[in-house]
Write a protein that binds this ligand. Structure first.
Ligand SMILES: [Fe+2]
Length: 405
């Protein structure tokens, strides 16, 4: 897989996770703020007024004012009955000086027991002895009072004496607009933008993966071709590269590596011995054991492999896998004598897979080893030639017959 594309896909995956996390935070915040506002909106509030004449609104509250029957300009809206009682017209103004909408309002008045309402407008009046409650009517369209708005209700009231004061309380709910709450808007924007980013990243991720799969398939074909070329040069190691690739992949799986890594190590396994194309055929195909000089030449296939793969950027670490796959965990390998985790993990895995395939197949100078002998060799070389964790994975694969031998 192209390094650049892989890095972009990794970054897109990170963005998917981050945007999803922010979307969850945003939605949780949005829900929390909504619950708080809903609780606030459901509270019944009491506004009390006493003896406020004319329109004298106070800010940031709901005011109720009313006009007394005899006003200062002398104009009267009252009259005396034959029995001496007074009839008068009372007009109430409910003004909303808050930033919320007034809903479900009810104006409660305290009157004398013998007070009697004769007619009314814009409101529904319920009289219970001296207590009168006034509520809105749908016909008057005054069930809600918008911010800075007001409604007018009134009635004709008969009392023994003209009233110059009325005690009243307005009970109502104040509905705050969600979009006027800073945190609601903040969390709405956060979740909206995060979900948008999430959706874009998911689409981008699948497009890149699709493109990447097509590109990987092409690289795989090329690598298979190279691997076949490597293996056909030596009749005793035919299919060796493909076997090492497959074993490496299975070892990685047992070690808990993800699918991307398993695919990656498979590519590396296919070309780990590519340097053998530069080894003379008489050495490569020699039926007997190699002498010291030939063996020294054979060791160079790691360096040759690194040279061949020097400028190949199609698969990450492919050069390192070819260069270091004969290093030993105890530092006694070739060509650099690297030790432990100085050796790249990919090379440590290929080292075990390579050795296993060598033991499990017939070679020019010996027959393949038995399962018991292979397990014994792996145990013996665990921590010496092989990374113990990788050797354990291989042993497990053999014991469970996932890799038969
Ligand atoms: Fe090799």
């Amino acid at each position: 897989m192209k390094n650049k594309r892989k890095k972009i896909i990794t970054r897109v995956k990170v963005w998917i996770k981050v945007s999803l996390a922010f979307a969850v935070i945003g939605l949780a915040g949005l829900l929390s703020v909504k619950i708080v506002i809903d609780i606030e909106n459901s509270k019944l509030l009491h506004f009390e007024n006493k003896m406020i004449c004319g329109l004298q609104p106070e800010s940031d509250r709901v005011n109720v004012t009313y006009l007394i029957p005899v006003r200062s300009d002398g104009q009267k809206n009252c009259w005396q009955q034959d029995d001496g009682s007074w009839g008068a017209q009372y007009d109430f103004y409910i003004s909303n000086n808050t930033s919320a909408t007034v809903k479900q309002w009810c104006l409660n008045l305290s009157l004398s027991d013998n007070a009697r309402i004769d007619s009314s407008w814009n409101g529904v009046f319920i009289q219970n002895e001296g207590n009168v409650s006034v509520t809105s009517t749908e016909e008057a369209s005054n069930t809600e009072i918008i911010p800075t708005g007001n409604v007018k209700v009134g009635f004709v009231l008969y009392t023994d004496e003209l009233l110059d004061s009325i005690d009243f309380t307005l009970v109502c709910k104040l509905y705050k607009n969600f979009f006027e709450n800073f945190w609601f808007v903040f969390f709405l924007c956060l979740s909206g933008l995060s979900l948008l980013t999430f959706a874009v990243c998911v689409i981008l991720y699948f497009l890149l993966k699709k493109q990447s799969a097509a590109s990987d398939a092409q690289i795989m074909e090329l690598i298979k071709l190279c691997a076949r070329f490597i293996d056909t040069r030596d009749q005793y190691t035919r299919m060796h590269s493909a076997h090492v690739a497959e074993y490496s992949k299975q070892i990685a799986k047992v070690m808990g590596k993800d699918a991307d890594f398993q695919e990656h190590i498979f590519f590396l396994g296919m070309l780990h011995d590519i340097g053998k194309v530069l080894i003379p055929r008489e050495i490569l195909c020699k039926a007997a054991r190699l002498d010291d000089e030939e063996w020294e030449e054979m060791k160079l296939h790691t360096l040759y492999g690194a040279e061949v793969l020097e400028d190949f950027n199609g698969v990450e670490n492919i050069r390192e896998a070819a260069l270091y796959h004969h290093e030993r965990f105890d530092g006694n390998g070739y060509i650099f004598g690297l030790k432990g985790e100085e050796i790249p993990l990919e090379a440590r895995i290929i080292c075990v897979a390579d050795a296993f395939d060598a033991m499990a197949t017939d070679r020019s100078y010996r027959k393949h080893l038995s399962k018991e002998k292979i397990l014994e060799e792996l145990e013996k070389a665990r921590g010496l030639q092989f990374d113990p964790e990788v050797a354990d994975a291989m042993i497990k694969l053999i014991n469970t017959n996932e890799i038969p031998c």
